[in-house]
Design a protein around this ligand. Structure first.
Ligand code: CA
Length: 236
């Protein structure tokens, strides 16, 4: 049939053999091809040799840590990267560093969750890679989110969203990288042009209002997802 059904290769970078094999088994059961690398120093070579469709990248590895690896990968590849870490605080740091990872999974995780996440990311990246190459200068996402930076307005599916300036900036930040998780701190940095003192709660309440407005324009989709203990992302 189409390319959609060709086997996808997942590179699992994980130094705990039991965990690596468990995730590998679930991915194989879901018809993925898998390869396991257990040393941080071998990842770049493995990626160049295997050209995986997605990388599951553990943060704490012998030889070289995941931060460093992710940074180097992004210097030559757009392959989707899902970081795996044992600590929520590390995720917050990862998001803050903006290493270019596509998603983050916190250990302990269920292998089923990993498979679901891998599928969702591949669907998303495939869609953006195969979407028609229109050279429009307007920021038009595939689902019909339109952001007009000059007018400070946005619409969804043709329906105008009546946003405050803060909500507009929030949406613009999230929409710049759909699927990427933004920490509250990161979002706060983009909310106000002056340096007023605000709290995490402020972000939450603006997100709540933004969600309500997006929901009115598109009742069937949950566009903004909250990631417990980390922040928010926009799913298009
Ligand atoms: Ca590890």
């Amino acid at each position: 049939m189409s390319d959609e059904h060709s086997t996808r290769r997942i590179l699992i970078v994980e130094d705990e053999p039991k965990l690596a094999n468990l995730v590998g088994d679930y991915l194989k059961a879901a018809s993925f091809e898998t390869q396991i690398v257990d040393d941080g120093r071998d990842v770049i070579d493995a990626v160049k040799a295997q050209m995986p469709d997605l990388i599951l990248l553990d943060l704490m590895l012998p030889g070289r840590d995941g931060f460093d690896i992710c940074r180097e990968l992004r210097s030559f590849s757009e392959v989707p990267i899902v970081m795996m870490t044992a600590r929520v605080e590390e995720i917050d740091r990862l998001v803050g560093l903006e290493l270019g990872a596509d998603d983050y999974i916190c250990k302990p995780f269920s292998p089923r969750e990993v498979v679901a996440r891998v599928k969702a990311i591949l669907r998303r990246t495939q869609r953006s890679a195969t979407s028609p190459a229109s050279e429009s200068t307007e920021a038009v996402a595939p689902t019909g989110l339109q952001i007009d930076e000059a007018r400070y307005t946005a619409s969804f599916g043709g329906k105008p969203l009546d946003l405050t300036p803060v909500e507009f900036r929030l949406l613009k930040t999230l929409a710049a990288a759909p699927g990427r998780v933004f920490s509250r701190d990161r979002l706060l940095d983009n909310l106000y042009t002056d340096h007023r003192v605000v709290t995490d709660r402020t972000v939450d309440s603006h997100i709540k209002n933004l969600r309500r407005k997006l929901d009115q324009a598109s009742p069937d989709q949950e566009l903004i997802r909250s990631i417990y203990g980390v922040g928010y992302k926009l799913e298009l």
